[in-house]
Design a protein around this ligand. Structure first.
Ligand code: ASP
Length: 577
């Protein structure tokens, strides 16, 4: 039907007879008999000069044939890729008329998102969505090529399964053939990829759909895509290399530039310096350790397990009201309070708490921070975990650049702890799924079973972080039944429960399990950051809204009584909340 794409015509085509197809983006009358019609396809728009008698309205689908010519001098549009030319002598064929669109496609920012998602097919016509979908396709294709080059085999795993333990809530599907029984949708292919290793696959990968029933956020949807990988007879080091290679290829495919090798940081260092296990290292403002300065302080509020602070460059211009708001914010995040200090021209500190501090303490603070006049110092004193948490959040709040600034800062965070804390019964809470191999040097601590010491056990687990977003995680797996039994029992999973929930995996391990390790990362998140988008919805063709609804199809929706009957289900009356 066409000889060219709209957005690709240029001065070199002047004099050519062309045929283009697309949607009417805009129409402007030109004198008495002519009209300018901007025709749009996925490559851009081109101006067609048509007979004014044609009934061509926004979003009509048309085919235009005509002659490419230079625009008359002075009427070129330098803001448009095709702005030097136009198509004249046009013959126009309407392929499909269109109703007026419910929102203007070129002003999508102003439009209510639910309305946009209800008509997502219109939204998809915009430059922004076309660009994002194509970036996504390029990422997928580069990832596949990189994994295959490294010897990985793509294997599909089932969607209707028993629960996989990733720590989220399962989506469940009732079984018609076994009433009262349910499938779970996979939170990840975790157990299947491990079975593939027992099955001798050696290197597995999949661009896998994962489903987790969690509250939605800017970087979270119920269903999301992961590059999921697992390999046998490899070390943690090799896994980091496989994944770095694939991610670097994807970045290069989109940006044209290969990122520098990804730096590494231990979990502990990340927590101490950035107050986060997914540090955004596009900016500094690191957490400064001050505990020992106040070891013998007379100021009660600073006599704490830990004192740390951050320096906000030029922050002293904040008003008292703004500082009070920051303090309230810090309290909502769990701090008892927030001490602020303004750095004066002579580098002395002005602060409501200054009068409680000794000269030596004030002097040591200035030494430690090395601030400039006009800076603001923010200090928190509390349990170490609280200090890191609150200052980590304040750091982001006060320093984080917009999503499309500061380049791509990948970071491997390694040596995660095996347990992230103790629950109310004093039982350790796993930081990853329960198949994560403890650090070999810490195995003895595990056997001791002392809860406080358990928290010091490191695991062979690692995360990939990009600009403060957790892209993904992985670990060396437990392939030894004895270690697995110890970890399960620490987590309060007894033999009966272990065999009920993961029996099939444990059985498989009895028949010869190779040492294995793997990783998975979120493709939606990677694509969003490559596209400079704040929200992964912008890089998903058909996403759900924040409340988990799909305004386009109406999901989730009620089902027929007959369907319920067939599934052996009866609905309870809705709880009034
Ligand atoms: N299955 C894990 C996840 O989805 C990743 C892994 O350990 O390979 O987070």
């Amino acid at each position: 039907m066409r000889t060219d794409y709209c957005g690709q015509l240029g001065p070199a085509d002047v004099g050519r007879a062309v045929a283009v197809c697309g949607w009417v983006a805009r129409r402007r009358e030109h004198g008495e008999h002519l009209a300018f019609v901007d025709l749009r396809d996925h490559t851009g728009v081109v101006q067609c000069v048509v007979d004014g008698a044609h009934d061509l309205r926004s979003e009509y689908v048309v085919r235009v044939t005509g002659l490419v010519r230079s625009r008359p001098e002075g009427t070129e549009n330098p803001n448009l890729a095709t702005g030097a030319i136009e198509i004249g002598d046009c013959r126009v064929e309407v392929l499909s008329p269109a109703e007026p669109p419910p929102f203007p496609l070129d002003e999508r920012g102003e439009v209510d998102e639910v309305l946009r998602l209800r008509h997502r097919y219109l939204d998809l016509r915009t430059d922004r969505m076309q660009r994002n979908l194509r970036i996504r396709a390029r990422v997928n294709s580069a990832l596949r090529r990189a994994m295959e080059r490294q010897g990985f085999v793509e294997i599909e795993t089932p969607m209707l399964i028993a629960s996989t333990p990733e720590g989220a809530r399962d989506f469940v599907v009732p079984s018609r053939l076994s009433p009262g029984h349910f499938y779970a949708l996979p939170q990840s292919p975790q157990l299947f990829k491990q079975l593939c290793m027992v099955g001798g696959v050696d290197r597995y990968y999949q661009i896998a759909r994962c489903l987790r029933d969690e509250d939605l956020r800017a970087d979270r949807q119920f269903e999301f895509m992961q590059l999921d990988a697992e390999a046998s007879f490899v070390s943690q080091e090799e896994v980091l290399e496989f994944i770095s290679e694939a991610v670097s290829d994807a970045v290069e495919a989109v940006t044209g530039t290969r990122p520098a090798p990804f730096p590494r940081i231990t979990w502990r260092e990340a927590m101490e310096r950035f107050g986060s296990d997914k540090p955004d290292v596009r900016f500094g403002m690191e957490l400064i350790e001050l505990t020992e300065i106040f070891a013998g302080t007379a100021f009660n509020a600073f006599r704490a397990d830990c004192v740390k602070g951050i320096r906000v460059e030029g922050g002293a211009s904040r008003t008292r009201k703004q500082l009070d708001e920051l303090t309230e914010q810090a309290k909502r995040w769990g701090a008892k309070g927030l001490a602020w200090m303004k750095v004066e021209d002579d580098r002395s500190l002005t602060s409501p708490v200054a009068k409680f501090l000794s000269e030596a303490e004030l002097h040591a603070l200035v030494e430690r921070f090395g601030p400039s006049p006009g800076d603001l110092l923010l200090l928190v004193a509390d349990e170490r975990a609280t200090v890191r948490h609150v200052l980590g959040l304040l750091r982001l709040e006060l320093g984080r650049p917009p999503v499309d600034e500061g380049g791509l800062n990948f970071l491997w965070v390694v040596d995660f702890p095996l347990f992230e804390g103790l629950d109310d019964n004093g039982r350790p809470i796993p930081a990853h799924h329960p198949f994560t191999m403890p650090h070999p040097d810490d195995l003895a601590l595990l056997d001791e079973g002392d809860p406080a010491r358990l928290l010091a056990v490191r695991s062979q687990a690692y995360d990939l972080v990009l600009n403060g977003w957790e892209l993904g995680s992985g670990s060396v797996r437990i392939h030894r039944a004895d270690v697995q039994r110890t970890v399960f029992s620490l987590l309060g999973i007894d033999d009966a429960e272990a065999s009920r929930r993961f029996g099939f995996l444990l059985d498989a391990f009895r028949f010869g399990a190779p040492p294995h390790a793997g990783f998975a990362f979120g493709i939606d998140r990677l694509v969003a950051l490559l596209a400079g988008e704040e929200n992964i919805r912008e890089v998903i063709a058909f996403p759900k809204t924040q409340s988990g609804a799909d305004p386009l199809t109406g999901a989730p929706s009620a089902i027929d009584p007959a369907q319920l009957e067939e599934l052996g289900l009866r609905l309870l009356p809705r709880k009034v909340t």
